[in-house]
Design a protein around this ligand. Structure first.
Ligand code: HEM
Length: 219
């Protein structure tokens, strides 16, 4: 009975055998249940990305800060576009993605009123309000991160679908598809480290530097 209390699998729910719960996090990660505000840790990086400055922002704010080109706390569609160009996406993809991202995320982040802004600004301060359903759950509703265990991302985006959450299904797929295009290796694999660094935004800084140095993958 005592062992049952710690069981992570239920015989009558085969899905709990397929989607295993890790029980070794505490070996390397202190307080794995505690959401981190400033860092995106995993078992191999218990302190997050130490080379990356959090500037006092939540991990989700750090995720989008790269796109705030003029550092005024607002990401306009043309800044999203410039950010995507800087990390190597072509003009057509960059334009399409920036219209979709700012189109979907501007409104919930607006600081005052009910009226949408025609310029589609995204307010970094309120980015936690742009969180949607059917996601990985790594970011919590305040924009902090829990532990990241993302070995099987595509299966995860299927498995995390919330019923009738069409917006969440599509947005989550899109986010993971963009990450895949950006960070896959020669064998078409997405490394766990690329995923972790996407969460805290340090991946984008890295990709922009690579692109600047002429190592950009997407030309
Ligand atoms: C190359 C650029 C980008 C990539 C690869 C990317 C990828 C991702 C990924 C993989 C997630 C995690 C989704 C999940 O937890 O299942 C995510 C979440 C998020 N991203 Fe991005 N993203 C990018 C750019 C942006 C931009 C420009 C913004 C807005 C300015 C943004 C806002 C968000 C928000 C608000 C979330 C939280 C969604 C949630 O957890 O519900 N991202 N992104």
């Amino acid at each position: 009975m005592e062992n049952d209390a710690l069981a992570t699998e239920a015989p009558y729910a085969p899905v709990t055998y397929g989607r295993r719960v890790r029980n070794d996090l505490e070996d390397t990660l202190p307080k794995p249940y505690m959401a981190r505000a400033l860092a995106a840790p995993d078992v191999d990086h218990p302190n997050g990305t130490t080379s990356h400055n959090h500037n006092g922002m939540t991990v989700l704010q750090q995720h989008v800060a790269f796109f705030d080109q003029d550092h005024n706390g607002i990401v306009y569609p043309w800044e999203t576009y410039a950010g995507f160009r800087a990390i190597g996406f072509n003009p057509i993809s960059s334009l399409t993605i920036s219209v979709l991202i700012n189109g979907a995320m501007s409104y919930p982040t607006l600081p005052v009123g009910w009226i949408p802004s025609p310029f589609l600004p995204i307010y970094v301060h309120n980015i936690h309000k742009a969180k949607h359903g059917s996601d990985s759950g790594v970011y919590d509703t305040e924009g902090s991160t829990g532990q990241i265990h993302t070995e099987r991302t595509m299966a995860m985006t299927e498995g995390n679908r919330i019923t009738y959450d069409f917006f969440g299904w599509i947005t989550t797929k899109l986010e993971w598809a963009i990450l895949y295009v950006l960070a896959r290796d020669e064998e078409g694999m997405l490394s766990k480290e690329a995923v972790r660094r996407c969460f805290d935004g340090s991946l984008f800084e890295y990709c922009a530097k690579m692109k600047e140095g002429g190592h950009g993958k997407m030309g």
